[in-house]
Design a protein around this ligand. Structure first.
Ligand code: C2E
Ligand code: CA
Ligand code: CA
Length: 684
C-alpha cells in the first residue's frame, strides 16, 4: 500500500475509489480517473485537454476557487450540483486541493456523491484510505473508531498537539478540543450533524501546547466510514490550520466591537460578547444589573473645548470609573459620552451605592490640559431577572430609564420601575402586533368634525387613526404612532390613511353635495419619504378630487428644521395644490420670522393654549390667533370642550374650531347620519 505513493500520478488517481480529476488553473482537464468516468458518463478521452465539463459555470467556479485555494491548501464545497453527460444533475461534495504537478499549478478535485457514505464497501474503504493517505501529506489527519477513540493520527497533527502518536492513540478525540467546558457541546453537535448529513465541516478549537490559553483552530472535515450493514466503522477527520485567519477575524471584530478611543466594548461588541449571559444568569439563578451613564451635554463640551479635550475627558472618565466599580463588573462604552456598567451578583442596594458613589466621583472636576472641567452625570439602570428575554431589550430599557431620568432633570439616577417594566412589555407586544395589524387591516379611521366659528357650519373633518387589538383592546394613536414611526411602519400605515380618508371625502361630497375638507395627519418620516409625493400625485389623478379640499397637517417640529429639503418638499406639495397646516402650533417654538416664508395655509393652535386661557384667561391665545391672522393664515383652534371657551374664540379672529363640545371623533356611519340630519334641517 505504501508503494501507492510511488505510483505515477495517473495510476495513483485511478487507484482511488473516489471519482477525481486534476485540472489546470484555467479549468482544463489534465487527469480524469475511471470513477469519474462512471460517475459523470464522460470517458477520459472525451475530457482530457478540454474544459472541465461537469461544472456548469466553470469560469465562475474558478473565480471562486482560486482565492479560496490561495488562502487554504484544501477546501470543500457543500453538496453541489454537478452535470452528468446526459444532462442530469449529480449532487456531490467536492474536495479541492491546490496541487502542483510537473510544474503545472492546478487543482485536484475529488467528488463524494450523495449517498456515498453508506454505499462504501470494505474494499472501497481501503481505497478511500489511500485518498486519505494523500491528504495526510499536506494536512492534519485523524481517524477514530466508532466509539470515538483515536486509532490513527498523522505526524503533523502530532506535532501540533506536541504529543507522540503513542500518547494520542486510544484517547477520546474530543479531549483535544480546547476548553473542556466546550467539549460536550461541540462533540454532540458534530455527531448530530454526522448522523444526518454524513459529513461535518467546521472550525474546531484544538488545545495545542504552544500557547496554553489560545486554541489552535483547525478547519476540519469529518466523514464517517460505514460498513455494508450501514454501521459506522470509523470516523476520519482531515483538516488544516486556520488559526491565523481566526486571529485576523478576531482583530477585525475587535475593531468593529470596541470603542476606538477607550478600547472598551461598544454597544455592538457588548451585546455580541454577552449574548448568552442571560441564559447563564438564569441557570445560576443569579442577578444582573445594567447601568448606563451619560455625560450630560457632552456634545456642548466637545463643541466648546474641541474634540481633543472631549476625547481626553472620555479617557479620564474611563480611568476613574474603572477604579470605582467592583472588580467583577464590566465597564463598556457604547458611544460618545455614554458609558455602561454591567454588575454581576450585586444586590440592588449595593448597585445603587456604587452608582451614587460613581456619579459623585465623576462629577468632581477633571483636569484636562489647562482646563478644569466639571460634568454632570445621569444614570439609568435596569435589573434582571425581569420580563425581558434578551440582553438587547435589557439594554434598551436601561437607555429608556436614562432618558426618562433626563426628562426630570440632569444628574439623576433612574431605575427601571415595575411600571416601566410593564410598559416595555406592552410596547414590545404592540410592536409585534403592528405588522399583523397592517396586513390584516385592523386599522380604521374616525372622523372629527370641524366647524366654522362665525356660522357654526360644518366645514370638514380630521381623519384620526384607530386600532383595535383583539387582546389589548383599543390602543391610542399617541401610543402606537411613535412606535410605528421608529419601526418605519409609519409610511405604509399613513399611505393607507391618506387613501382611505380621501376616498371617504369623495364619497361624502358626492352624496351630500356640500363643500367639505379633510385634514390628514402626516408624520415627519412620511413627509420625508420618497414615495410621499407620488402618493399625492396618484390621489390627485385617480380620485379627481380638488387637492385644495385636502389639508395635510404637519408638525411644527418638522417645519422648524427648515432644511432645504423640507422647504422644497412643502413647495412641491403646494404646486400640486394641496393645503398645508401646522399642527399643534405654539408647542414647538417656531420663530415667527420664518413662518412668513413658508408656504403654509393654516395654523392649528394646540389645546394647551385653550387650557391656559381657561385656567388664567391669559392673552397668549389671543396673541397667537392674531399672529396667524396677520400672516394671512387660516387659524383653527382644537380641543374646544366648553361653551365659555367657544364664546371667547368667537370674539377673536379665529376661523374655525374642533372639539368635544360639538363633536368627538366618530365612525363613518355616525358622520353620515350627522351629514344627513344637517341636509334635512331647515337652516342648513
Ligand atoms: P392631533 O393631530 O393633535 O389630533 C387631535 C387629538 O385631539 C385627537 O386625539 C382628538 O381625538 C383629540 N381631541 C379632539 N378634540 C378634543 C377635545 O375637545 N378634547 C380633548 N381632550 N381631545 C380632543 P387622538 O385621535 O388620540 O390622536 C392623537 C394624535 O395621534 C393626533 O394628535 C396625531 O398626532 C396622531 N394621529 C392620529 N391619527 C393619525 C394619523 O392618521 N397619522 C398620523 N401620523 N398621526 C395621527
Ligand atoms: Ca392633527
Ligand atoms: Ca393637534
Amino acid at each position: 500500500m505504501a508503494s501507492l505513493r510511488d505510483l505515477p500520478v495517473d495510476e495513483f488517481i485511478d487507484a482511488l475509489s473516489v471519482p477525481c480529476c486534476y485540472i489546470s488553473q484555467d479549468g482544463t482537464v489534465l487527469l480524469w480517473n475511471t470513477h469519474a468516468e462512471v460517475l459523470f458518463g464522460w470517458e477520459r478521452d472525451e475530457v482530457l485537454h478540454q474544459p472541465l465539463p461537469v461544472v456548469r459555470q466553470l469560469d465562475h467556479a474558478l473565480e471562486t476557487w482560486s482565492p479560496l485555494l490561495l488562502q487554504y491548501p484544501f477546501s470543500t464545497t457543500a453538496m453541489t450540483p454537478f452535470q452528468h453527460k446526459d444532462g442530469s444533475v449529480i449532487y456531490a461534495t467536492a474536495y479541492l486541493q491546490s496541487f502542483s504537478l510537473e510544474g503545472i499549478y492546478g487543482y485536484f478535485l475529488a467528488f463524494l456523491p450523495k449517498g456515498f457514505g453508506p454505499l462504501i464497501s470494505t474494499e472501497q474503504f481501503n481505497l478511500l484510505h489511500h485518498f486519505q493517505e494523500m491528504i495526510k501529506q499536506s494536512t492534519h489527519y485523524l481517524a477514530t473508531n466508532a466509539k470515538g477513540e483515536i486509532v490513527d493520527i498523522n505526524p503533523s497533527l502530532c506535532r501540533l498537539l506536541d504529543a507522540t502518536e503513542q500518547q494520542l492513540i486510544g484517547r477520546e478525540w474530543f479531549e483535544l478540543i480546547h476548553d473542556s467546558s466546550e467539549q460536550d457541546g461541540i462533540s454532540r453537535n458534530v455527531l448530530k450533524s454526522l448522523a444526518t448529513n454524513r459529513i461535518w465541516n467546521g472550525e474546531m478549537p484544538i488545545s495545542c501546547k504552544q500557547h496554553e490559553s489560545e486554541p489552535c483552530w483547525l478547519n476540519l472535515t469529518v466523514v464517517p466510514i460505514v460498513s455494508e450493514k450501514n454501521e459506522v466503522i470509523q470516523y476520519t477527520a482531515f483538516g488544516f490550520d486556520v488559526s491565523e485567519k481566526k486571529r485576523l477575524e478576531k482583530e477585525v471584530q475587535f475593531l468593529a466591537y470596541q470603542n476606538e478611543l477607550t478600547g472598551l466594548y461598544n454597544k455592538k461588541g457588548f451585546l455580541r460578547r454577552y449574548d448568552s449571559i442571560l441564559r447563564q444568569i438564569d441557570e445560576r439563578e443569579g442577578l444582573l444589573h445594567i447601568a448606563l451613564f451619560d455625560i450630560d451635554r457632552f456634545k456642548i463640551i466637545n463643541e466648546s473645548f474641541g474634540s481633543r479635550v472631549g476625547n481626553e475627558l472620555l479617557i479620564q472618565i474611563k480611568e476613574r470609573a474603572l477604579h470605582l466599580i467592583p472588580e467583577s463588573a464590566l465597564l463598556f462604552h457604547p458611544t460618545g459620552g455614554l458609558f455602561g456598567v454591567m454588575f454581576f451578583e450585586e444586590s440592588k442596594e449595593e448597585v445603587f451605592q456604587v452608582l451614587r458613589h460613581l456619579q459623585h466621583e465623576l462629577q468632581r472636576p477633571f483636569r484636562i490640559y489647562h482646563h478644569s472641567i466639571m460634568v454632570s452625570i445621569s444614570i439609568g439602570c435596569v435589573f434582571y431577572p425581569s420580563s425581558t428575554s434578551s440582553l438587547e431589550e435589557l439594554y434598551t430599557r436601561a437607555e429608556s430609564a436614562l432618558f426618562k431620568g433626563k426628562q426630570i432633570g440632569v444628574g439623576t439616577i433612574q431605575f427601571v420601575t415595575k411600571d416601566m417594566d410593564a410598559a416595555f412589555s406592552r410596547q414590545i407586544h404592540i410592536e409585534k402586533a403592528m405588522y399583523r395589524a397592517l396586513e390584516e387591516k385592523h386599522f380604521y379611521l374616525e372622523y372629527q368634525p370641524k366647524y366654522e366659528l362665525a356660522t357654526d357650519r360644518l366645514i370638514g373633518f380630521e381623519a384620526l387613526l384607530r386600532w383595535h387589538h383583539d387582546e389589548l383592546g383599543q390602543i391610542p394613536p399617541s401610543e402606537f404612532i411613535p412606535l410605528a414611526e421608529e419601526m418605519a411602519l409609519i409610511v405604509p400605515i399613513n399611505n393607507w390613511v391618506i387613501l382611505e380618508a380621501t376616498k371617504q371625502l369623495k364619497a361624502w361630497k358626492a352624496e351630500f353635495d356640500q363643500p367639505l375638507s379633510m385634514a390628514i395627519n402626516i408624520s415627519p418620516n412620511q413627509f420625508r419619504s420618497d414615495s410621499f409625493l407620488n402618493t399625492l400625485r396618484n390621489i390627485k389623478q385617480q380620485l379627481q378630487l380638488d387637492p385644495a379640499d385636502i389639508i395635510l397637517e404637519i408638525t411644527e417640529s418638522l417645519v422648524m428644521q427648515q432644511t432645504d429639503e423640507i422647504i422644497e418638499r412643502m413647495e412641491q406639495i403646494k404646486r400640486l395644490n394641496y393645503r398645508l397646516s401646522i399642527d399643534d402650533f405654539g408647542t414647538g417654538f417656531s420663530s415667527l420670522q420664518y413662518l412668513k416664508s413658508f408656504p403654509v395655509d393654516e395654523l392649528k393652535i394646540d389645546k394647551v393654549f385653550l387650557d391656559d386661557w381657561m385656567a388664567s384667561k391669559s392673552h397668549l391665545l389671543d396673541v397667537i390667533v392674531h399672529l396667524g391672522k396677520s400672516l394671512n393664515l387660516h387659524v383653527v383652534a382644537e380641543g374646544v370642550e366648553d361653551e365659555e371657551m367657544l364664546a371667547h374664540l368667537k370674539s377673536t379672529d379665529c376661523d374655525s374650531f374642533q372639539g368635544y363640545l360639538y363633536a368627538r371623533p366618530a365612525s363613518p356611519s355616525a358622520i353620515e347620519q350627522l351629514l344627513r340630519s344637517l341636509k334635512n334641517s331647515p337652516d342648513a
